[in-house]
Write a protein that binds this ligand. Structure first.
Ligand code: EPU
Length: 346
């Protein structure tokens, strides 16, 4: 069991954005018992606690004065099956992409559309990560979490997690005291391809693949992501910086009248999701920099740290984009990552 607490820790190398920030205290805890021990230490010293995964979706715009706690629980195993699914449990500290590759190697496909997403398994349900027509919730069975208020371990079903678009109970007061220990996936025994998303179908066509295998989809997704999204190991970023905004049918109709090329997706409830990347691109921000923060030239929804940018510099660029998109389109862009420090207006 490892519960060693480090002090005054540099967070830049631990996060994909790579902005300078320090944690007063840091602990990578490799078991439920060590997480409990670290929490007890923080409580007895009256330190606030911030739970992080791979720090791939967090912007440190200031130092963190409390304990940054990283659940680092390992382990991947099949724990059962139903008539339709393999049930596979994975520790919160396992790397997401390696887990996707491992499930394919075991002959249990289903997660391949989510290949190459940075971060750890424990963070995946918090964001309900999604890409290329699939969301985590589509392959989710249950998870185990520690309740910080009672110290007990709880099992949460899909309904309990209240998954939404890049949203879950863990981002709301009802679930903010829960720390994910492991996730159990339900991977289909009768697999069928999700190859309808345009970027993926075009990539498969370019490879002359007509009846894709799970590995074909995995390879296509990896190729698309490598082309459009910056590799965080090379260029600091947190993936999409804003959520795709959802607007009413009336607002959508009005916008489409003014901008016939508007990219939007109808939602089940009659509203429309707009492609924030398109709005930002149309506003002329693609490739533009403010200081050392830059809008990625291949995907306007991604803000990058070109080297040595502070969290505040990244937020200044985000704010300028928000203000401009609001003025041009009357649409409010909501940040997608978690921001530590001054909140952005939403
Ligand atoms: N677009 C532009 N210009 C741009 C970027 C996009 O015109 O600079 C247009 C595209 O041509 C396309 C539409 O906007 O018509 C949507 O773009 P894309 O397919 O790249 O997806 P996205 O909506 O920008 C979302 C997710 C990504 C995920 C992709 C693929 C969010 C916030 N982002 O991006 O997730 O990889 O779909 O499924 O939902 C992330 O969450 O960090 C992330 C990268």
């Amino acid at each position: 069991m490892d519960t060693s607490i480090e002090h005054d820790v540099d967070l830049a190398p631990l996060s994909t954005l790579g902005v300078a920030a320090r944690a007063a205290h840091f602990c990578a805890a490799d078991s439920a018992a060590s997480i409990r021990e670290a929490l007890a230490w923080a409580d007895s010293n009256r330190h606030p606690v911030l739970i992080v995964g791979g720090c791939s979706n967090i912007v440190f715009a200031s130092d963190y004065a409390g304990l940054v706690l990283k659940p680092s629980i390992a382990g991947r195993e099949k724990v059962g099956e139903t008539p339709a699914h393999h049930l596979v449990r994975v520790g919160a500290g396992e790397n997401w992409h390696e887990t996707v590759a491992w499930t394919l190697a075991q002959g249990w496909p289903g997660l391949e559309n989510l290949a190459l997403i940075p971060g750890n398994v424990g963070a995946a349900p918090v964001q309900n990560i999604g890409a290329y027509g699939l969301e985590l919730t589509d392959c989710f069975d249950s998870l185990e979490a520690i309740d910080r208020d009672t110290g007990e371990t709880r099992t949460l079903t899909r309904a309990d997690c209240r998954f939404g678009y890049r949203d879950s109970i863990f981002k709301h007061p009802a679930g903010s005291r829960l720390i994910v220990l492991s996730v159990t996936f339900a991977l289909p025994k009768r697999w069928s391809a999700h190859a309808g998303y345009r970027d993926v179908s075009e990539e498969l066509a370019a490879r002359s693949v007509t009846s894709p295998s799970p590995q074909d989809i995995f390879d296509a997704v990896v190729a698309v992501r490598q082309r459009k999204l910056p590799d965080p190991a090379v260029l600091g970023n947190v993936g999409s910086f804003f959520k795709n905004p959802i607007v009413s049918a009336a607002a959508h109709a009005q916008l489409q009248g003014l901008h016939p090329a508007l990219v939007s997706y109808p939602q089940a409830d009659g509203r429309f999701k707009l492609a924030a990347g398109w709005l930002i691109d149309q506003a002329g921000w693609k490739g533009r920099a403010l200081g050392r923060a830059r809008v990625h030239p291949n995907q306007a929804l991604v803000l990058t740290n070109t080297g040595g940018a502070s969290g505040s510099e990244i937020l200044a660029l985000a704010q300028a984009i928000q203000a401009d998109v609001r003025q041009r389109f009357g649409v409010v862009l909501e940040p997608e990552p978690i921001i530590i420090g001054p909140a952005l207006p939403t």
